[in-house]
Structures are given as C-alpha cells and as structure tokens.
Design a binder for this molecule. Sequence first.
Ligand SMILES: Cc1ncc(COP(=O)(O)O)c(C=O)c1O
Length: 460
Amino acid sequence: MTDYNEADLQQKAKDHLWMHFARQSVMEDGHGVPIIVKGEGHHIWDSKGKKYFDGLSGLFVVNAGHGRKRLAEVAAKQAEELAFFPIWSYAHPNAIELADRLAGYAPGDLNRVFFSTGGGEAVETAFKLAKYYWKLQGRPTKHKVISRAVAYHGTPQGALAITGIPAMKEMFEPITPGGFRVPNTNYYRAQEMGFEGSIEQFGQWAANRIEEMILFEGPETVAAVFLEPVQNSGGCFPPPPGYFQRVREICDQYDVLLVADEVITGFGRIGNMFASTTYGFVPDMITCAKGMTSGYSPIGATIVSEKVYEPFKHGTTAFYHGYTFGGHPVSSAVALANLDIFEEEKLNENVRENSPLFRAALERLTDLPIVGDVRGDGYFFGIELVKDKATRTTFDDDESERLLRGFLSKALFDAGLYCRADDRGDPVIQLAPPLTIGPAEFDEIEGILRGVLTEAWTRL
Ligand SMILES: Cc1ncc(COP(=O)(O)O)c(C=O)c1O
C-alpha cells in the first residue's frame, strides 16, 4: 500500500478541500477528516492503515466490490485508445454498446438511452424531457412534477425541486417551480400519516395520494411522477405489494409519465438490473447511475420508452440538452466490463438468494430497545432508531444531533463499520454493502451494530 503523510494531507485538506454535504468545521476543530486510501472486496483502509467493512458500497456505488483490476485495466486501455469524444452528433463504440446493453436490461420498451455523468443529471434530464415531451404533444401546460416526502433526487435545481427534503432546499429558494409532494411508503409511520390498515391497503392508500395530488393540481398541469422503487432517504421504504401497479394505473389514466429513479436501486441492489423488474412495473423512464460502473468511473443514464422517444425520431425536433462527459468512452467501457462481472459472477442471483438471510441477521437487532424497525429489500436495509419502541417515539433534534453526529457515526466507524447514520427523516442507519458478500459478513455487520447500538442506548 502506498505510504501517505497523514499530517500533510490533513493540513492540505483543511486549507483547500471543501467536502460535500459536510460540516467544514471538523477540519478546524482538530479532528480532521477520515482519509480513505485503498479498497479490496468489501473492505476499505484509511491512511493510518486501519481496515473497515464497507457497509455502504462507498455511497451505494461499489456494487461489484473494490479493487477489481479488470475494471482498472479496461479503463486504462480505453483511455489509451480513445480517451474522450463527445456524443454530441458523434458516437463511439462503447456508448453504443452500453446503450444497447442497458436497453436490453430495462423493462418493457425502454429502449432509448440518454447518457449523463451522474444521477442528479439523469433526473434533471428526465424532468426536462417530460416537460418537452408534453409540449411536443400540444399540451404545454403539463409541466409539474410529483414526488414523495423525504425523497432525495439530487442537487441540480430541477432535481432539487423533485427532492422532498425541505431542509436541503430552503437555502437555495427559489428553486425550479412545479414540484409537489405526496406521502411516501413508510408503513412503520403510516398511522402518523392518518392511515390504519394492512400493508396492502396502505399501498393503495399511498398510491391514491398521487391521484389526489394530480386532481388537486389538475391533470392538464402534471407532467410526471418521480419515484424510487425503494426510497432511500428516510431509511429504506420498499413499495407495499400492489403500490406500483396502482401508480401505473393512475399515471395512465391521467396521462402522467412515471419515472423510476433507480440511481440507487439499479444494478443489483434489489437483485435485478432494475428494481422496476423486481416490483413488476414498467415506467416511462428510468434514471440510473452509481452501480453501473461500480464507481470505477462516473456515468449516469436516462432510459426512455418508445412512446417518449417517438417525437424525436422525426424532422427537425432535437433534445437540446447534454453533458460534455455524458457517455464518456472510459466510463462506458468500464460499465460494460462491470456488467460482464455481474453476469459471470451472478451477483443478482447472489442478492436474491441471500437477501432473506441479511434481513434475518439485521432483524435479530430488534431485541435492542433502541431498534424500532428494520426494513428494506435486496442488499439495501435501513434500521430505524427510536427512543420508545412501544410508542415509536423518535428523538428530538438535540437528541438526534447527540446520538447520530455526536456518537453513532464515529462509534460505528471506530468499530470498523463504514455505513451511514442519517436523520433526513427519522434517525436511521443505512446499509448497502457490496453485492459480493454473504451470510458470514451479515453476522459480522450485525455483531458490530449490536455492540455500538447497545452502547448508544446507555448514553441517551
Ligand atoms: C435516488 C437518487 N437520485 C439521484 C441522486 C443523485 O445522484 P448524483 O449524486 O450522482 O448526482 C441520488 C444520489 O444519491 C439518489 O440516491
């Protein structure tokens, strides 16, 4: 492993590096920032040589695991042969092959692939395309978008208008107008949304809130609904049975496009290339990024149905939108090799087979007083922390600050597990490990969580 000068790096970071979604004050108060220098399989190492379990695949990204020489070699070879060429009026073989490959994986007739460099741009692309599509249909007033409370869809101002986390938006207001929010599918908190009944009924109820919002705003003003198959922010909300079937019906009834934001759920996270397949629905567009290359190079894509693409087949109509690095030759080559690894090593099958065991390992934690709920699907779980299990009382802002930022994040990391303690909704621990792991690693994750959560309770 390369030798790093920790003190020198910390000083340079303090002087010059602006981290994302983070308090810069950690640089000032002497703690510094953890510096990660190496990855291998489901492990990462910091600059002091300490090894950690990567329980979040970096950031829901390194699905095939770290340290794949094959992907590094493919990237190097492609950079040598053709490092860059745009897909603005030209093409290159890898972007063509990758578009073909993604179209093959996508459900239904989602056959047309518009590349970007990441997830937020893919969402931005879908938002602009939805508005333009309706204008081309002679229905220019259809421009509003509906999404769910606490959902995260990215940081460009359009994607931020779709994001349902007020605290992430208020400092940038006014953002792109036209975003409207409906309830998410957090069954654990359904009563607080005014719902009582079975999970199947909850699915219908939650889907019907979309219909209600379309009617509130007027169907002639609504362009699209953006939904993650499993909502990440808030702590992993899978769809109740029948939810997406009802949403599809509603979208068809009112001529509203259904966009599945699969930036996290795509590429094996839920045990299929796309989670839309897992949940048996066909959206009009899929947005994806992260796991497409397992992070060995950045790329994103918006995959579009024949219906939405149709007006662009003809005459002078063009989608005046794009990104210099969209469909980058190196990233496209890496994506193709990464997807080969998925096929050869049967990563989707591994997730489907082992997901129930992962769930069972995490559910053992429900014997702890602080663990209110364990939920998720595939290799993607959230553990909701509560102050009182019987009443499901959550922590107030101060407690949340002390618990999550003051203790849990650091304690988990110190105990050798990199994962995420998040309070964009109620406090949760999020887990999304590489798709290569199995039962032994589930037990290891459970063991670390058990120790730290037990201690957390004593500190409340
Ligand atoms: C569902 C979803 N959409 C969009 C994004 C934005 O992706 P990016 O950070 O690549 O712009 C994310 C990022 O985590 C996401 O989880």
